[in-house]
Design a binder for this molecule. Structure first.
Ligand code: NAP
Length: 290
């Protein structure tokens, strides 16, 4: 059994991106520029945007955070997005979610020019991804693909069971793994799936993305399966200074001995997500998605 080390893979990719940026700048180009829009004072959002700023500086990108009060209007935000769409100094931008309730996340998402949509969430990018056209892939599914690639995990002809059908994880990863090149046979499970345990037991590759701590137990996993745990749930703990710890969707201790490969939480899929955003920003600077 191999424990997939997301931190190590992320560090390797970070180095590769930094080397690419160095070359790019030496050729006389300006550094790739990522802009993040942050509306309101949500603590978690501020932390995530801070991580993104740090990741940008580590690879040599320029980053800008546009901070707005929670009471701005949707029209104002749409105006800011139109400016970023048109700004030749901006390669890619993201709108940190959640937005205040009076602003429609869908309208904001649809206003982003897909050529700068480095989160890969706009309908145009989603469609392009499904058609196999050049697209910005959403960060978490892309991070999972990078892990499978790095560990040379065979996917062709394998049965992949994805638990969860969200637009940001379950459905895109299911779609990507069914495409030519990955060649999995994919089953998607969700909260209405009947006898989920029996379905999951048929998976050569199981991707758990449902957000229920330690939901996947050893009896649900076939001997030798590859298990990718996307879930992150914060639970109280008296063993940590902070008073909480993170759990995945998989009961790691009992599932791991049955697996050929497994991702831990933390340190598996998590560290890959921000690297995928950096990869997309580099693609944007290179104008790979047009
Ligand atoms: P989400 O939007 O809440 O979707 C959860 C999905 O799981 C839904 O499709 C839901 O089914 C399904 N589900 C819920 N309970 C189920 C059950 N008992 N049996 C079968 N299916 C069930 O979640 P998400 O945004 O995809 O995130 C999933 C987890 O991944 C969360 O813990 C999140 O924090 C984590 N996450 C981690 C990263 C990372 O970087 N590692 C990134 C993104 C998300 P229905 O559609 O039928 O409701």
């Amino acid at each position: 059994m191999t424990i997939i080390d997301g931190k190590e893979v992320a560090a390797k990719l970070r180095k590769e991106i930094a080397a690419d940026v160095k070359d790019w700048k030496e050729q006389g180009n300006r550094p790739p520029h990522l802009v993040a829009i942050l509306v309101g004072n949500d603590g978690a959002s501020q932390t995530y945007v801070g991580h993104k700023e740090r990741a940008c500086s580590e690879v040599g990108f320029r980053s800008t955070v546009l901070r707005f009060e929670a009471d701005i209007t949707e029209e104002f935000l749409l105006g800011e997005i139109a400016k970023l769409n048109a700004d030749p100094e901006v390669d890619g931008f993201i709108v940190q979610l959640p937005l205040p309730k009076h602003i429609s996340e869908q309208r904001i998402n649809e206003a982003i020019d897909f050529r700068k949509d480095v989160d890969g969430f706009t309908p145009v990018n989603t469609g392009r991804m499904m058609l196999g056209l050049p697209a910005y892939l959403p960060a978490t599914p892309d991070g999972i693909l990078e892990l499978l690639k790095h560990y040379k995990i065979e996917t062709a002809g394998k049965h992949c069971v994805v638990i969860g059908r969200s637009n940001i994880v379950g459905r895109p990863i299911a779609n990507l793994l069914s495409q030519k090149g990955w060649d999995c046979t994919v089953t998607i499970c969700h909260s209405r799936t009947k006898d989920l345990a029996s379905v999951v037991r048929t998976g050569d590759i199981v991707i758990a993305a449902l957000g229920k701590a330690e939901f996947v137990t050893a009896d649900m996993i076939k001997e030798g399966a590859v298990v990718i745990d996307v879930g992150i749930t914060r639970v109280p703990s008296d063993k940590t200074k902070s008073g909480w710890k993170l759990l995945g969707d998989v009961k790691f201790d009992e599932v791991a001995p049955k697996c050929s490969y497994i991702t831990p939480v933390p340190g598996g899929v998590g560290p890959m997500t921000i690297i995928s955003l950096m990869k997309n920003t580099l693609k944007a600077a290179h104008k790979e998605v047009l």
